[in-house]
Design a protein around this ligand. Structure first.
Ligand SMILES: [Zn+2]
Length: 253
């Protein structure tokens, strides 16, 4: 009898002890957070504000914060789902080398994955940063001022512009975070991609390095859409992340 995709996934998990999980928007859509790239997503409705515009144009800055606030109100009740909890279970079993995420929603931390295992390559909405002195505060620091009517909060220490600590359009990725991500790809024995269409570079190269680099890791992709690495992967499953991983994490009946 041939091995089912779930059995194969279970075998990869059981035989690995240095798993790197790579997550994208698809794991958060299972929590009800809309994929901002999909049809009707935020990017279709709004022209993005680039980092250059944010710094130079007070009107664009106000617009940016209005959208952030609207998105926050829309998503604030969303919590981790079985997909996020499956990653926590991998750590509990001592198998999680690291978690690389394109998501900025903080749901992996909320689920219980150790913060020191998590690399947020696109930054996080859970913090705001001063673009001048680099001081970082929790999101609530800006939120409380926004709901009181401030349109674009500034730093209390230096008067610089505050911005959510995410990578905006036109802003380069954090080199240290990216380097660490590629290092993890070289060290892992199993790269598990969850809910990423793997089209945004250079992040999409990370799973390729795991498969084709020195580690020669297994590569499994659980993503509803087709990805450029499907042909390279040892396993591709186009189904619910939560359901698939929940099934793979229990012993076969
Ligand atoms: Zn400052």
């Amino acid at each position: 009898m041939s091995e089912s995709p779930i059995d194969k996934l279970r075998r990869f998990i059981d035989k690995s002890d240095a798993i790197v999980v790579f997550t994208g928007a698809g794991i958060s859509t299972e929590s009800g957070i809309s994929d901002y790239r999909s049809q009707g997503g935020v990017w279709e409705r709004f022209q993005p504000v680039t980092i250059r515009e944010f710094i130079a144009d007070a009107g664009k800055r106000r617009l940016y914060w209005q959208r952030k606030l609207a998105l926050y109100e829309q998503n604030k009740d969303a919590g981790p789902n079985p997909g996020h909890l499956a990653v926590v279970e991998l750590e509990r079993r001592g198998k999680l080398l690291g978690l690389i995420t394109q998501n900025i929603d903080g749901l992996h931390q909320q689920a219980g994955t150790s913060p020191d295992k998590i690399l947020e390559i696109h930054g996080t909405n859970q913090e705001v940063i001063c673009l001048s002195c680099q001081e970082i505060w929790p999101w609530e620091h800006a939120y409380e001022r926004l709901i009181k009517g401030e349109e674009a909060p500034v730093c209390e220490k230096c008067g610089g512009l505050l911005k959510p600590n995410t990578i905006s359009f036109g802003q380069s990725l954090n080199a240290a975070v990216l380097n660490r991500s590629f290092a993890l790809a070289e060290e892992c024995d199993f790269m598990l991609v969850l809910g990423s269409s793997l089209v945004v570079e250079p992040a999409a190269s990370i799973p390729r390095v795991a498969k084709q680099g020195n580690s020669g890791a297994w590569l499994a992709i659980i993503t509803q859409s087709a990805t450029p690495l499907d042909g390279l992967a040892d396993l591709k499953i186009a189904a619910s992340i939560g359901e698939t991983l929940s099934a793979a994490l229990v012993a076969p009946s």
